[in-house]
Design a binder for this molecule. Sequence first.
Ligand SMILES: Cc1ncc(COP(=O)(O)O)c(C=O)c1O
Length: 344
Amino acid sequence: MKVLDFRSDTLTQPSAAMRAFMAQAQVGDDVYGEDPSINLLEMKAAELTGFASALFISSGTQGNLIALLSHCRPGDEVILEEDSHIFVNEVGGMAALGGLQARTLRGLPENQGIFPVEAMISAIRADNVHYPETTLVCLENTHNKGGGAAATPQEMGEIIHAAQERGIKVHLYGARALSASVAQKPSIAQLLKGLDSVQICLSKGLGAPVGSVLLGDPEFIKRARKWRKMLGGGMRQAGILAAAGLYAFEHNIDRLEEDHQRAQILAEVIDEIPGLQVLRPKIMTNILCVDTRKSQKSGAQWVEILAQRGIRIGANGPFSIRFVTHLDIDDEDLAQAIKILREI
Ligand SMILES: Cc1ncc(COP(=O)(O)O)c(C=O)c1O
C-alpha cells in the first residue's frame, strides 16, 4: 500500500520531466556571474514578481537570513509575528548571526500572518537613547503555522504603507507566496507590490528539489549577494538546480490551485471526525492545521494513529497536527486518504 505523505510540500520528488530539463541545463560559474541558467532564473523571477533584481539561494532559511542581514545592523529590532517561521523555525539565526532583537506581535485569529497595523505602529521604537532602532518589519504569506492563511494585497499594503512612512523596510517570507496569489487571483506582482524584499521557495509547492529566490532592488540584491558569499552560499555550476526552478515556473504555478482544492475537500472530511477541528483562516491554501484537543488525544498520538493506517502527518504543537497537500498527492491518493479517515 502506498504511504500517503501529508507531512509537507517539501517532500515532493522532482518529476521525470523536471529531471530531464535539469540534465540538459547549460551551466557556468555563478560566483563569476557566468551561469546562464541561474542568470535566466533570476531574470524570470524578477519579471514574474515585478522586482528589479533577484538572487538564487539555497533555501528559504538562507534567503530570510540574508534579507535580515542586508536590511539591518547588529542591535536593531525587527518586528515579526510570534508564530512566524523566522522566529520559531530558523534556529535563531537572526540573533546568532545578525545580532538582531525580535519584537513579536500576535497575528489576527482569522489571518495569523498579519498583525493589526495599530499594534505594529505602537511597537515601533521612539527615538530615545535607551532603545534599539526598529529597522525592519517581516510578514509571512502564506502563514505556515496559521493554517496556510493567505493575506490579501490590502492587508499587506496597510502594513507596508505604515512601516515605510516611518522609514522602516518590509520583508516578506513568501515561501508560499505563489500559493497566496493563486488562491485569491491577484497576480503575484500585485500581491508583492510595495515590499522591499521577498523570499520565494522553489522547493515547496513548486516541486523543485532545492532553492529559493530573493527579490529586491539592485542595491539590496548587491548586498545580499555579498552576504550569500559570506555565508558560504556562493554556488558554482548550480544551473542544474536553477533549471528545476525554471521548469517549476513554467509548469507548476497554476496547478497550485489543485492542491488548494484537495486541501479544502480534506478539511471537510477531517472536520467530520469527532474531536478534530480544522483551523479555518479566511483564505485557505494547501496547509491544514488541526486542533486535536477535543479528541482528548495529543498531536503525537494522532500522528501514530494515522501512521498505522498509512497516512503520514506531522504534529505541529502538543494538540495540533498538520496536513499539507502537494504535487505528489493526486486525486487517487486523496480518495484513499478520505477512505482511511472515514474509517476512524
Ligand atoms: C513560511 C516559511 N518560510 C521559510 C521556510 C524555510 O524554507 P527552507 O526549508 O527552504 O529553509 C519555510 C519552510 O517550511 C516556511 O514554511
